[in-house]
Design a protein around this ligand. Sequence first.
Ligand SMILES: Cc1cc2nc3c(=O)[nH]c(=O)nc-3n(C[C@H](O)[C@H](O)[C@H](O)COP(=O)(O)O)c2cc1C
Ligand SMILES: Nc1ncnc2c1ncn2[C@@H]1O[C@H](COP(=O)(O)OP(=O)(O)O)[C@@H](O)[C@H]1O
Length: 296
Amino acid sequence: MQYITDINAYQSEKKSAVTLGKFDCLHRGHQKLIGRVKELASEEIQSVVCAFDMGRNSLLTKEERKERLEQEVDCFIACPFTKEIREMEAEQFILQILAEKFHAAVVVVGEDFQFGHEKRGDVVMLEKYAAQCGYQLDVIKKEMYEGREISSTYVREALAEGNVTLANNLLGYLYGTEGVVEYGHQLGRTLGFPTMNITWDEHKIAPKFGVYACEIEIDGARYYGIGNVGIKPTVENEPHLLTEVYVFDYSGDTYGKYVKVWFHEFERPETKFASIDELKARVDKDILYGKNFFTK
Ligand SMILES: Cc1cc2nc3c(=O)[nH]c(=O)nc-3n(C[C@H](O)[C@H](O)[C@H](O)COP(=O)(O)O)c2cc1C
Ligand SMILES: Nc1ncnc2c1ncn2[C@@H]1O[C@H](COP(=O)(O)OP(=O)(O)O)[C@@H](O)[C@H]1O
């Protein structure tokens, strides 16, 4: 896959099947658009995903999003939503970007896709220009979940409530975090539950602070565990957002290793306990909860 971060750097002379959007996560609705673009790709037509980055916190880091698309499409453009793009008239966007730059053979968008200056461009305008610009317009119906359209707002709301089960259902993959295991206060091991500490990416949306049944990948192998996302108010004075996971049936040293963590189910909110003893008693129960969750 070709990965570019500047739309002006796109130079292929090939025809394309292109989908456009913010893609601040890759939920099941997005996957439908991308799946369609993939289907249309051939020797003559390359599949292109063009994402406009709004510069706000998102549900996937740039690296995670790139990795998710890597084997899916021929070209992924992660394009900052610059003044130039923001102020471009919708008609100009169709002519200059879709037709001239992408040589679009097919444009794949959702029903409510809007683009161009003051969002004046929509599927009606795209249809109007289709014949003139030589592309076919493919409008994809919104994926629904429990009577509501799947959207990144829906996923954000679910995460804010700690409802990762819902978020995972909307996404079609497990919400998670990844990073290098760091040193903590080395307190966990003295309490009987060593934890792998991973800093939360500052540009990524965190779920509600609390304890989750987790799956974790270390050195390519999968394990289960119980983890806390938050600032551990019982022991920490400096707020530092991280994920700490106690991994079941594991005893190696992971400092410095790059690991991935996925959240399966919310157990309880993060709490400021009156003492370390109370914290330990609660974590012992959390461990039982986690083990039980995965043996269900
Ligand atoms: C399952 C689990 C639940 C936790 N829940 C809380 C919590 O509710 N409040 C809190 O302050 N810290 C919580 N923690 C974080 C602990 O305070 C932390 O792991 C412990 O102090 C060890 O830290 P260390 O890795 O720096 O040694 C939790 C950790 C785990 C693994
Ligand atoms: N089952 C396990 N779950 C989590 N970490 C483990 C486990 N077994 C060993 N470890 C190691 O212990 C470290 C955590 O120990 P801990 O006392 O909590 O120290 P720290 O405060 O530095 O995280 C982890 O980074 C990892 O290298």
